[in-house]
Every structure is written in structure tokens, then in C-alpha cells.
Design a protein around this ligand. Structure first.
Ligand SMILES: Nc1ncnc2c1ncn2[C@@H]1O[C@H](COP(=O)(O)OP(=O)(O)OP(=O)(O)O)[C@@H](O)[C@H]1O
Length: 781
């Protein structure tokens, strides 16, 4: 990404916005934005500036003159072009930029300069104050707990570097802060003002207006209890400090540390180390910076679990019930987990392969790991490894470093309070390597049973025993897991859910969960199956159920507001109510062709949102035998089209195509609908069929779909994502799909409800496809 350059400007408002460095779908309807997006895709690699329009912009006013100072440099790709001309695009927000020199370009769209912003720094004392305040907030519990803990632990904060990014992540991740407020913070460069506003917003969610108060009462009883305890403790501490101005208080705490060291079973080396550090404190001026560092170190050492353990529940029956209670389906996955637990019980050890749950977002990886902890009676901690590029984030900084702290592993152990928690290493595939060292080397030491008995953290300096921890990892893409780590992992795959599975999960798990979280009684808010289907089909496009759960919560919140304002006492949610409460439908799936057509064939695609059908169109017109490709195809797909074309040309006779057609015409292949980026070789068979259909003037049934790579000799090679592809084929009403014979082994992963409506025919050679589609008969011997 290159700031200080000109890019097309797309104007949006706070309701339709993603902040750096998140990614999400946005919608655009106005002609200026549409033109800017098209320009960006064709000439700027999809890079745009998102200008944020002020809320008070009048209808007839030129929006470009009423933008906030800071906007976002982002990359877009088109997901869906709607019939009314509007666009849904996937936007990856990269960084904050100052939007300058806005100019109209040929009256079609705006261009602007993206000027790099330099973020200011906190002073050391401001940093210290902030850490204190944030720790206080953490104790208030709730959603922000992990976000704030990550912020305090972040390398940026440790180095007092650019904390803006981390802050952004917090306020975009914190559900209590809406986007208008988030933008208010985004528009400030000074981190102190940002932090103050952020803290004020978080604090504000705990009191204020009448309706809010009532909602809070229902939702936040738990937080209130924690808060009460927190204030009492704070008061107690303040009183103690008042009484011990001379520093007696500290001596007392050091004395109590010494007593604990004597009476509790601390390992010898730890006991000696802490005592010697306490001794060192004696000779230092108590108010000096050095004393502060020294005391913080002693506090850290004392607050870590060195010997505390929970007792494992060794009951496989209980484990099974727990897994079933929290998760629908996933039989294979649960069986694998139970096998793993059985081995652990038998050998009485957690050593061995690390369970790694692999799958798309929202399919239950994190919640399964939590259930494993519950099933074993262990505590649970999670650390997110996404984006970590510095070894020190795992292993900490030496204590001589200003503001040094232990790394994330040791920090999480402190939170766990025991030496044997279940420890989730989230997104282990998203660790990066750079000049600051390779975090995966440190992770190797964490996970290797030979080495993790004596894990070394730069801050703690004493070896720490991680050998009783049960590590579980999650990843979206197993191929991105560093190889050395991969060797130690037992990969368990979770795949996307079908619509029917999603419906069952929603009905039996998510709805009860959401009702409970919002303190709603049975019968107050009822979701009909049709309403759930409406959300699943038209408001979410995801492999898992995370977005679905968010929509359900959103419905619950909207209902509570109406209930408290006296408008309603109960509500049965129908599809109409969904449209009314959640706004118009967001997604439509690609529809299958209405009738058999010449030159149109349905391929099957596999994307990060699951599967989709992929119509392929071929036509020919007078020319010189060239191949013309349109529809923004990736390089691999272009090659695949060329192979398909060459294969048809060299076998023209067999496929009933007159020879002259190739000499006198150009063949045009188009893959319409910008819904998903199109690449990969798996449309080879479909491309071949579409070419034959067009050139021999024979229609292909609208009910057949196909997937499979093709070689120059007409062999059909295996493909990925068969489950997702078949689900989408069934959803869009296809009756039959042709798949590579080598994928037959994946048939067992295809849900029964899909098999019931879809004939699935495995093929080895293209000629089998040809016979099936055009009703001919080849002799293959
Ligand atoms: N099979 C299932 N049965 C019941 N609930 C489920 C199931 N799968 C997912 N969920 C629910 O969906 C939500 C999202 O799941 P979770 O956060 O565990 O996903 P994830 O795979 O860890 O995603 P990510 O990779 O983005 O962290 C959770 O509330 C979880 O309980």
C-alpha cells in the first residue's frame, strides 16, 4: 500500500464502514461510488480511499466537501452486483490516511490524495496512567476484558510505539461502542484523547439513560456484582495505603510474600529467586524507578501459578455429554476429541500431539476448545496469535526494558491461576516472521514436551514448567502453519455447515443461548423456523454461524427496547418481521439457469464463504481462431480455459464440431457475476463442456453441474471443497453433479440431505462427462 498517492475516492458514512485493519462487506448504491470502485479495480489494484461523510451532510450538498479529515486506505473486491445496479463489495481496510485534494474526475467519480498520518506518542507517565486505568477496566469484566488485556500486553504499548492500530482493534471489536463513536475516536490522532474517549465510552455503557438503565439491569446484573466487589476492594486498598504512608504497607506485603514462600510448595529455584529479589529491594530507595521495577518483578513472580493445579475429571461419559450439550452434530470431530482424551487418561499425561482444530471462521473451534476444558474440569485461557510477528510477544522483554512485561504465554498463565489449564492458541496459522525474530521458534519451545518443562521467558528469567498445560490450537488454513509446528499437531478438520445444519444449530443452541444471555423468558421472543431460514439464507454468507448468532442477538436487543418502551409484550418472529427489524435482505445466492441453453454450463466454486454455483458462458463470432476471456479470471483459471480450448480443438471430430469453426471464428469465454473472485483449475471440465456446447450448437441441461480439473489429454483431476460445492449445488436446485472419480473418498463428508436430492456421478475421463451431458455413448477401452 502506498500512501501520499492519488486513488479513487468512495464516499461512505459511519453506518457502512470498516476500520483498519478489519475486513467486511459494504454496500454502495450511488453512481459516483460505483464508478470509483470500478476504476479502482481496473486501474488501482482495487485500492480506494474510503472518505467518511459527516452525518449532517444535507441531501443536495456535495458530499465530498463534507468529509471527516481522516479516511481509510482500503482494498476492495466485488462480491455481488445487484440487479438494481448496487454493489456489495468486500473491503479490507488497511490504514488511516488524511484525505486531501478531492477532485472530480470527468464528472464520474472523485479522486483524492491519501496522505500518511503520523500518530503521536504517549509520554511515559501517561502510559503508566493508562495501564493502571485499563487494568481497572479489565476487572470490571465483560467483552472488553480480553481486548484490553491484549492491548496492555501488546508490543506496541510496551514500546510506547504506535498504539493507534491496537486501539482501533479494540473499539471495533468492542460491541458496546457503535460506529459513530468509533469514528469519533478514529478522527483523533492524539492517543491520550483517544484513550480518554474510549474509556469514557466504555464507562458510559455502565450507567445512563432510562431505557438503557433497564436493559442494563437485565443484562448486566453480573457485571454489577463484579463492579461492587471491585469498588470495595479499591476502597480497602486506598484505606490501607492511607494508613501506611511510610511504606509499611509494602513491607507488609513483602512480609506476606515471604510467609507464603515459606508455607506454600513453591519450587526451590523460584523461592530462592524471589527471596533474593526481595532482599535487593532493601538496599534501594523505595520511591526510585529501580525499586518500582524490582517490586513489579516480585509481584509478577508471586502472582504466577507455580504449583496450583485443578483435579482432572476422568470420565469419558461426562466428556461426551459436555461436548454434546454445547455442540450440535460434529460427530467425527467429537469422536476424535474423545479418543484423544481417552489416551490422555490412559497414559495420565497431556504429552503427545497438539489437537489443532482447523476450519473456516465461526464453525465452533473456540467453543469446542472451551467444552474440552469443561469436560476435563480444567480452567480455560486463550491467546490470540494472529498478526504476532515478534518473538518478544511470546517470550517477553528483558526486565531492564522500559515497561517490560512477560510474554503472552506467561501472562495467560497468570490469568489461568493454575499450572494445568486448557490453553487455546488461536489462529496459529496467522503468525508472521520478520526482522524482529521468528515467533514460531518460541512457539516450538512452548509446544515441545521435551522443552516446555523449562520454558524461558525473557522477563521472568526463571524456567517455567508448561508441561501440565493442555495446548489446543486453531487455524483457518493448515497450509499456513509453520512446518516445524505442523509436525507436532493432530489436525482435526471442521467444515462449513449446510443450511439445514445451521437451522438446527440456531433452533436448538443459538436461540436458547441468546434468550438466556438477554434474560428473556420462554415465550417472550419466539423465532419461527421460517424466520431463522430467512436470516440464514439472506442475511448471512458464512461457513459457520457467528454472523447468524449476531443477528439473533440484534433481534433480541431490538425486541427488549420495544418491550421496555411498552410497545410489545411478546413477539413471534416471522420472515416479514426479520425484514422489518433487520432491514432489507443482504445476500442472494447465484440462481441456476432457468432452462437448457447452448453454450451455458454450471460450474461449482469454493470460496471462503462456502460454495456457490458458477455459470460459464461461451459464444463464438467471426475471427481467426483466437480465444477471448472476460469476467476477471485469475491466472490459473485462464490457463485452464486455454487447456479446455486446446483439448476441444484437438478432438473436434469426436465432439461433433465442424473443423472450419476454429479457423473462421474467435471463441469467447465469459464467467459472469462478480460475486466471488474466480480462480483455480477446478472449472476445467465445465469450461470444456461449455465450449463444446457452443461450437456444436447443443444445449446443456440447466439441472447438471460439474467440477473437476482437466488435462490436455482429457483426464479429470481431483478438486477441493467437494462438500461445500455439493451443498451449494443442492441449494440452487441442481439435480445432478459430475465430480472427479478421485474425489469419491470425500463422498462420506457430504450431508445426507444433500445426497437425497442430488445425483452425484464420479468421472475419470472427460469423455464420460461428454456422454452424460450430451447423451452419447463412448467406448473407453
Ligand atoms: N455445532 C455447533 N453447535 C452449536 N453451536 C455452535 C456450533 N458451531 C458453532 N457454534 C456457535 O457459534 C459461535 C461461533 O463459534 P466459535 O467462536 O467457536 O467459532 P470459531 O470456529 O472459533 O471461529 P474463529 O475461527 O473465527 O475464532 C459460538 O457461539 C458457538 O457456540
Amino acid at each position: 500500500m502506498n500512501p501520499n498517492k492519488k486513488y479513487p475516492l468512495v464516499i461512505t458514512n459511519t453506518g457502512n464502514l470498516v476500520f483498519p485493519t478489519a475486513e467486511g462487506p459494504l454496500e454502495f448504491v450511488d453512481q459516483f461510488s460505483l464508478a470509483a470502485i470500478e476504476e479502482a479495480i481496473s486501474k488501482y489494484d482495487g485500492k480506494i480511499i474510503l472518505g467518511i461523510e459527516k452525518n449532517n451532510t444535507k441531501k443536495d450538498e456535495d458530499a465530498s466537501s463534507n468529509l471527516y479529515k481522516y479516511g481509510i486506505l482500503a482494498t476492495v473486491s466485488i462480491m455481488k452486483k445487484w440487479h438494481d445496479g448496487s454493489l456489495t463489495v468486500m473491503v479490507k481496510a488497511e490504514e488511516r490516511v488524511e484525505v486531501k485534494n478531492v477532485e472530480k474526475f470527468e464528472d464520474k467519480f472523485y479522486m483524492a490524495t491519501a496522505e500518511e498520518t503520523k500518530n503521536e506518542k504517549l509520554s511515559d507517565s501517561e502510559l503508566a496512567d493508562f495501564k493502571k486505568e485499563a487494568e481497572r477496566m479489565i476487572n470490571l469484566g465483560g467483552d472488553r476484558e480480553e481486548a484490553l488485556a491484549n492491548l496492555i500486553a501488546s508490543d506496541d504499548l510496551q514500546n510506547n510505539a504506535d498504539i493507534n492500530k491496537t486501539l482501533l482493534k479494540i473499539y471495533t471489536d468492542t460491541p458496546v461502542i457503535d460506529k459513530v463513536a468509533a469514528n469519533a475516536i478514529f478522527q483523533e490522532l492524539n492517543p491520550l484523547s483517544q484513550i480518554t474517549t474510549l474509556m469514557r465510552l466504555i464507562a458510559a455503557t455502565i450507567d445512563t439513560s432510562d431505557i438503557e438503565k433497564n436493559i442494563n439491569k437485565r443484562i448486566k446484573t453480573k457485571i454489577d456484582d463484579q463492579q461492587k466487589e471491585f469498588y470495595l476492594r479499591e476502597k480497602l486498598r486506598a484505606i490501607k495505603e492511607e494508613l501506611n504512608e511510610s511504606g509499611e504497607g509494602e513491607e507488609n506485603s513483602l512480609e506476606s510474600y515471604k510467609k507464603r514462600l515459606e508455607t506454600e510448595p513453591y519450587p526451590k529455584h523460584v523461592k530462592e529467586r524471589i527471596l533474593s529479589e526481595i532482599d535487593k529491594l532493601d538496599g534501594i530507595q523505595p520511591t526510585s524507578a529501580e525499586a518500582n521495577i524490582q517490586r513489579t518483578y516480585v509481584d509478577w513472580m508471586m502472582s504466577l501459578p507455580w504449583w496450583e493445579k485443578t483435579e482432572d475429571i476422568k470420565d469419558l461419559g461426562f466428556a461426551k455429554t459436555t461436548l454434546d450439550k454445547n455442540h450440535f452434530g460434529l460427530k467425527k470431530v467429537k469422536d476424535r476429541i474423545l479418543e484423544h482424551l481417552a489416551v490422555m487418561q490412559k497414559t495420565d499425561s497431556v504429552k503427545g500431539q497438539i489437537i489443532t482444530l482447523v476450519g473456516p471462521p465461526g464453525v465452533g473451534k473456540t467453543s469446542l476448545a472451551k467444552s474440552i476444558a469443561e469436560a476435563m474440569g480444567r480452567d480455560f485461557v486463550k491467546v490470540s496469535l494472529g498478526g504476532i510477528r515478534d518473538e518478544a510477544e511470546i517470550r517477553g522483554h528483558r526486565k531492564t526494558y522500559i515497561g517490560a512485561m512477560p510474554g503472552r504465554i506467561i501472562q495467560s498463565m497468570k490469568r489461568a491461576k493454575v499450572t494445568n489449564p486448557v490453553f487455546l492458541l488461536d489462529e496459529i496459522d496467522k503468525m508472521a516472521t520478520d526482522y524482529k525474530g521468528d515467533p514460531s521458534a518460541a512457539m516450538l519451545e512452548v509446544l515441545d514436551p521435551e522443552q516446555n518443562k523449562e520454558f524461558s521467558d525473557n522477563y521472568i528469567e526463571e524456567p517455567y514448567d508448561l508441561s501440565n498445560v493442555l495446548f489446543i490450537a486453531t487455524a483457518n488454513y493448515p497450509e499456513d502453519i509453520p512446518e516445524a509446528l505442523y509436525d507436532r499437531m493432530e489436525i482435526i478438520n471442521l467444515s462449513s455447515y449446510t443450511e439445514i445444519e445451521k437451522l438446527k444449530i440456531a433452533r436448538e443452541y443459538l436461540v436458547p443461548k441468546v434468550l438466556k444471555e438477554h434474560n428473556l423468558e420462554n415465550g417472550e421472543l419466539i423465532f419461527t423456523d421460517e424466520a431463522l431460514e430467512e436470516i440464514i439464507k439472506y442475511y448471512t454468507r458464512e461457513a459457520g454461524v457467528r454472523q447468524l448468532e449476531r443477528w439473533l442477538s440484534s433481534m433480541a436487543r431490538k425486541f427488549i427496547v420495544k418491550e421496555l418502551s411498552g410497545e410489545l409484550t411478546s413477539l413471534e418472529v416471522t420472515p416479514q418481521i426479520i425484514n422489518e427489524y433487520l432491514g432489507k435482505r443482504i445476500f442472494e445466492h447465484t440462481k441456476k439457469q432457468e432452462s437448457a441453453q447452448v453454450g451455458v454450463v454450471t460450474g461449482l466454486a469454493y470460496t471462503q464463504f462456502g460454495g456457490d454455483i458458477l455459470p460459464i458462458e461461451v459464444n463464438y463470432f467471426p475471427g481467426k481462431g483466437n480465444l477471448v476471456l472476460t469476467g476477471k479470471l485469475g491466472d490459473v483459471m485462464k490457463e485452464s480455459a486455454q487447456i479446455a480450448f486446446d483439448y476441444v480443438r484437438s478432438n473436434y471430430k469426436e465432439f461433433g464440431i465442424p473443423k472450419e469453426i476454429f479457423e473462421e471464428n474467435d471463441v469467447h469465454i465469459h464467467v459472469p457475476e462478480g460475486a466471488v473472485p474466480k480462480d483455480g483449475p477446478s472449472a476445467g471440465g465445465a469450461l470444456t463442456t461449455a465450449i463444446i456446447s457452443a461450437l456444436s450448437n447443443r444445449p446443456v441441461s440447466e439441472n447438471i453441474g460439474m467440477t473437476g480439473e482437466i488435462t490436455l489429454r482429457g483426464h479429470i483431476l481431483p478438486i477441493g471443497g467437494l462438500r461445500e460445492k455439493s451443498i451449494s449445488a443442492a441449494r440452487s436446485g441442481l439435480k445432478e453433479i459430475l465430480i472427479p472419480a478421485e474425489n469419491e473418498k470425500d463422498l462420506e463428508d457430504i450431508p445426507d440431505e444433500v445426497k437425497a436430492v442430488l445425483k452425484i456421478k464420479p468421472v475419470k475421463e472427460y469423455k464420460e462427462v461428454y456422454d452424460e451431458v450430451f447423451n452419447t455413448k463412448h467406448d473407453f477401452n
